[in-house]
Write a protein of this length. Sequence first.
Length: 344
Amino acid sequence: MDIIDLRSDTVTKPSRGMRKAISKAAVGDDGFGEDPTVNRLQEMAAELLGKEEALFTASGTMSNQIAIKVLTNPGDEVILEVDSHTFNYESGAPAVISRVQLRPLKGKRGMLTAEQIAQTIRGPETPYLETKLVCLENTHNRAGGTVFPLEEMKKIGDLCRAKGIRVYLDGARLFNASVATGISLAEYARNCDAVSVCLSKGLGAPVGSLLAGDKEFIRRAKKARKLLGGGMRQVGILAAAGIYALENNLGRLAEDHRRARYLAEEINGLGGIEIDMDAVQTNIVVMSLANCKLTVPQAIEGLKKEGVLVVPFGHQRIRAVTHLDVSLKDIRKAVEIFRRVFAR
Ligand code: TLP
């Protein structure tokens, strides 16, 4: 049975072209800054994101944790969205690694507003801890791949600059936001002190994330990466996959977005499935099963038996993600399978 794997866009396997690029990569010891392929990838990323420098890291989680470590001191407060990846899926790392206190706020479809943040900030005038960092996520994963409105990001950037608070953007899927809106990565990143993007999500590379900021941020980020055991050596073989992904797989994200939209339109309402269609803006479809006869485990098992994989995603919800290893034909087949499973 062919499996249609919609669990995440992280499940993609390196294509033949990507493997060829990997096999040809020039390498050197990145510990000495001598891997030419890593250096090229970092330069490409800095340019794309409009920042002075970029650093290749092992994962999105590592980029997020390095950024938090560099942009805070122990005891600081960090404002972030309650459904953000950092608050939910990073093993409590900000408390363990940076010893900061997280202040989660509930956003609308994952989006915080400048007003909300202004009302929450704790400044130097109080005898208590101070807010030193705001973390944003674009697109927002748990909200269903929603795009952060640029105008609001600008307002947040202005507010934080005026208050001396740093802004970090978890842009694991910023490529999706940029393709969906036509707004450049640099335009989004301009409102933040530091930003990360992932190569191993929709772009289809096997590993890697890029963290970008000014020279001083990257100097300190290199030390934090080392502290976390993330210093790498002849890693040009992985950077080559990243360069290949940037050069070949970026534009096609629009296809993933169309397929997610199609999937959502076809299955919304089936057997009680509820999808917030306004949230389906990129490659993620989050479905509520609150009004379905099937429970989340029953739905996942039923779909799996027929060859469609999805993941549980919070209370009474499941998630499907489109990516470069699922074709339109696969998505059409997945729709048929959803119809069969939810009609029962
Ligand atoms: N997200 C994964 C899971 O961890 C949930 C997924 O399948 O979507 N930021 C965002 C917004 C993410 O969605 C993820 C991964 C990360 C950071 C972490 O990236 P990695 O997995 O490379 O550490």
